[in-house]
Design a protein around this ligand. Structure first.
Ligand SMILES: *[C@@H]1O[C@H](CO)[C@@H](O)[C@H](O)[C@H]1NC(C)=O
Ligand SMILES: *[C@@H]1O[C@H](CO)[C@@H](O)[C@H](O)[C@H]1NC(C)=O
Length: 148
């Protein structure tokens, strides 16, 4: 089960943290169905954001060995010319949890050590909750005209 993909993910956050995600952090709570913002900056280490270039940005769950994509936020955004994305977390991706994280996967740049894998960057694990939708419900109104 210990594939090369698993091994590279284990060290990805340390080795490829050049896309430094400033939001969300471990203290962030996103709410399903409400607008949220992801922000990042260059952390000054190689490769640069320009090298990283166009990337897919998604919400994932998982650990160093296995990661599952839950929602693609943007399939191709150039991280060197854009520094934030506003999006709406999909309320159906999963339960209230503090185990969600953002994964940034370069579309062109490969990992320097293992070029068969893309360069990756990760956010801290953040919380995503579903708010009760009480305000969205209204009593069923029976149209009186139909029985007139
Ligand atoms: C992805 O991000 C780019 C740059 O901000 C934007 O132009 C594009 O509309 C976004 N695509 C989606 C699907 O949000
Ligand atoms: C999820 O979190 C929200 C906000 O804290 C809370 O109102 C809701 O009851 C929680 N849902 C469940 C199933 O725990």
């Amino acid at each position: 089960m210990f594939s090369k993909a698993a091994i590279i993910l284990a060290c990805a956050s340390a080795a490829f943290a050049n896309v430094f995600i400033t939001s969300p952090t471990a203290a962030t709570t996103f709410s399903g169905g409400r607008t949220a913002t992801i922000r990042w900056q260059d952390d000054g280490s190689a490769p640069t954001l320009k090298d990283f270039g166009p990337a897919q940005i998604s919400i994932y769950v998982g650990n160093a060995l296995q990661q599952t994509r839950l929602q693609t936020i943007n399939a191709s955004v150039d991280v060197s010319t854009t520094s934030e994305l506003t999006f709406t977390p999909d309320a159906s991706i999963g339960p209230n949890s503090s185990e969600y994280f953002i994964r940034v996967e370069s579309l062109a740049l490969k990992d320097a050590a293992q070029p068969q894998f893309p360069a990756l960057a990760f956010s801290a694990k953040f919380t995503c909750v579903h708010l009760p939708c009480l305000t969205l419900r209204s009593p069923l109104i029976v149209p009186a005209v139909w029985i007139a």
